[in-house]
Design a protein around this ligand. Structure first.
Ligand SMILES: Nc1nc2c(ncn2[C@@H]2O[C@H](COP(=O)(O)OP(=O)(O)OP(=O)(O)O)[C@@H](O)[C@H]2O)c(=O)[nH]1
Ligand SMILES: [Mg+2]
Length: 258
């Protein structure tokens, strides 16, 4: 790796150095490029942090809802890390344009770390990089972590395996409820949020009802009953309810972990 004194990947891999922000950025690039942290460090990172994954079709409002959640979490005082993971994009390092606009109110807050991750040419590598990036962000002190991933394909399903709580975002119209079942996202959502209810509340309620029926028909093997919520990220409606559902899911996870 580079001889940059701010980032010694070997010392990092040995778990010997704490990360400052520039070193954190370099360390995430390093795992994106295939660098491997010791398993123990990754496991510790997962224990130290609490992660929320947000997935859903392009444009459904993932970044807007992430931004609203960041704001609500910051009010409680916790430091927040955001990883915007785009398996289809080789672009990485800075935030993508849309995210930059949606997230800009957080750029001056030192309690928020925002980072985009792309595939950098190795397909499939992002799923391996994600838990490592979570560990790095957690080790830098940002212990509430939101992972936003674009789309609902297989690579997103892979990435979502590494977060504690998965939120699947849907919107009214566009036959999203039916699409959800088709894309297999019914298996991955711990919480379903129908966003953009300000545009079409009745449509949002329809998607919610349709989802509720699908969930009744195919209960999860682990016993968790996914919560279904209606929200508007733009109007800041339903954001605290989402955090409440995340808290319920965390409590349930703890209870089944013994
Ligand atoms: N009316 C309405 N518009 C919203 C809401 N949430 C997001 N939007 C708008 O929907 C568009 C897409 O929002 P994003 O947050 O960028 O969606 P995204 O899912 O992150 O998009 P990608 O990352 O490109 O997949 C933007 O123009 C938002 O302003 C909402 O609750 N209501
Ligand atoms: Mg986005």
């Amino acid at each position: 790796m580079s001889p940059d004194p701010a980032f010694d990947s070997e010392a990092l891999a040995r778990g010997e150095i704490a990360l400052d922000i520039p070193a954190l950025a370099k360390a995430i690039s390093w795992v994106e490029d295939g660098g491997k942290l010791p398993d123990q460090l990754v496991a510790e990172g997962a224990l130290k942090s609490r992660s929320i994954g947000i997935t859903g079709s392009p444009g459904v409002g993932k970044s807007t809802i992430t931004s609203a959640l960041v704001k609500a979490i910051r009010r409680g005082g916790d430091l927040v890390g955001v990883l915007a993971v785009d398996p289809s994009s080789p672009i990485t390092g800075g935030a993508l344009l849309g995210d930059r606009i949606r997230m800009q109110e957080h750029y001056l807050d030192a309690g928020v770390y925002i980072r985009s991750m792309g595939s950098r040419g190795h397909l499939g590598g992002l799923a391996a990089a994600t838990p490592q990036a979570i560990a790095l962000v957690a080790n830098a002190g940002f212990t509430e972590i939101i992972v936003e991933t674009v789309g609902v394909g297989q690579s997103e399903v892979e990435i979502m395996k590494y977060v504690d709580t998965v939120i699947v975002l849907l919107a009214p119209g566009m036959g999203d409820g039916v699409q959800a079942a088709k894309a297999g996202i019914l298996e991955i959502g711990d919480i379903y949020v129908i966003n953009k209810s300000d545009r079409d509340l009745a449509g949002a309620e329809n998607v919610a009802a349709e989802l509720a029926r699908s969930i009744e028909l195919s209960p999860r093997a682990d016993g968790w009953k996914p919560e279904i919520l209606i929200a508007s990220a733009q109007e800041n409606i339903g954001i605290n309810e989402i955090l409440g559902a995340v808290e319920n899911h965390r409590k349930w996870r703890k209870s089944v972990a013994g």
